[in-house]
Design a protein around this ligand. Structure first.
Ligand code: HXC
Length: 280
């Protein structure tokens, strides 16, 4: 979608870049000429991801790390800034599982919150400090979710963490905007990545339900998110700051009010209602 070479000579860091959506975003940015740094827990996945990203002709380096190891992450950011530095950051790494909340331990809450909220804040903060010290401009994109705005049952650790990251992203956009740093969020609806499906979708009937209730009658393609992320990191979006863009086929709005559920009415019910009106 983006024409020219919007990322030529620029570098981007993607957390959770070894698989799923993070890998897709890394590959897309690389295809536009960006140098890529990926962070992830699984070295094997990172090695494979590096060669996939480099297929598009850009350079890719990886760092095996759990982003809950905040000190390790700081060292990695120091390392990166002692060479090329980065021009943008994608807070993509996440952890999530479905559970009734009364079944959760505090450790279960923390295992998610320490990745999604504290991990992303640590990375953004350390990167932001480097940008501010050096006067370099930067762009942050945080992968949120549509329930970051509303909360959601059965994924409450994730809802609390994504809600916090939503507030952090919008707040930092205002505070760091004058320093040339933009921060935006992407709020995806249902996208079938391996991690999300394994952890969050109990069975095929739930997937079918998600497809059926979506106004577009399908799930999203990760390519649709990576294109949006590329746009938000690029100078094509240079005046977009502090926005959270929903990408869910209209699923969120479909849940609003009572009358969208009339989509379940069969044609003959509409016919009867029309006749009733004509009789008045
Ligand atoms: C209840 C659970 C649980 C579950 C773990 N715990 N899974 N409790 N139900 N299904 C509890 C454990 O019992 C433990 O508490 C604590 O959480 C930590 O568990 P560990 O397995 O030791 O943690 P860890 O190995 O660090 O794993 C982290 C994780 C895991 C978050 C729990 O799911 C993970 O690594 N996920 C990464 C991949 C992922 O989740 N991808 C999906 C992201 S998609 P106790 O008290 O027993 O010690 C996404 C999109 C959202 O977020 C939008 C979707 C539409």
């Amino acid at each position: 979608m983006l024409s020219g070479a919007p990322f030529k000579g620029k570098f981007y860091m993607i957390t959770g870049g070894g698989s799923g959506l993070g890998l897709e975003i890394s590959r897309r940015l690389a295809s536009y000429g960006a140098g890529i740094y990926i962070l992830g827990r699984d070295r094997e996945k990172l090695v494979k991801a590096k060669s996939l990203v480099e297929e598009s002709g850009s350079e890719c380096n990886y760092f095996p790390v759990d982003i809950r190891d905040y000190e390790d992450v700081r060292k990695i950011i120091d390392d990166i800034f002692s060479s090329s530095g980065i021009d943008g950051l994608v807070n993509n790494a996440a952890g999530n599982f479905i559970s009734r909340t009364e079944d959760l331990s505090m450790n279960a809450f923390l295992s998610v919150i320490n990745i999604v909220l504290n991990g992303s804040i640590n990375i953004t903060l350390e990167t932001g400090k480097k940008w501010i010290e050096s006067g370099r401009k930067g762009a942050v994109v945080s992968i949120l979710t549509t329930y970051a705005e509303t909360g959601s049952g059965y994924v409450i650790p994730s809802a609390a963490a994504k809600g916090g990251l939503n507030a952090f992203t919008r707040s930092i956009a205002v505070e760091w905007g004058p320093k040339g740093i933009r921060a935006n969020g992407i709020a995806p609806g249902p996208f079938k990545t391996e991690g999300a499906w394994k952890n969050l979708i109990p069975d095929q009937s739930f997937e079918d339900y998600l497809v059926n209730k979506n106004p577009m009658k399908r799930l999203g393609n990760t390519g649709e998110i990576s294109e949006l992320a590329s746009f938000l990191l690029s100078d094509y979006s240079s005046f977009i700051n502090g926005e959270v863009i929903r990408i869910d086929g209209g699923e969120f709005l479909r849940g609003s009010g009572q009358f969208n559920d009339l989509s379940m009415l069969p044609d003959d019910a509409w016919e009867k209602m029309r006749m009733r009106k004509d009789k008045k």
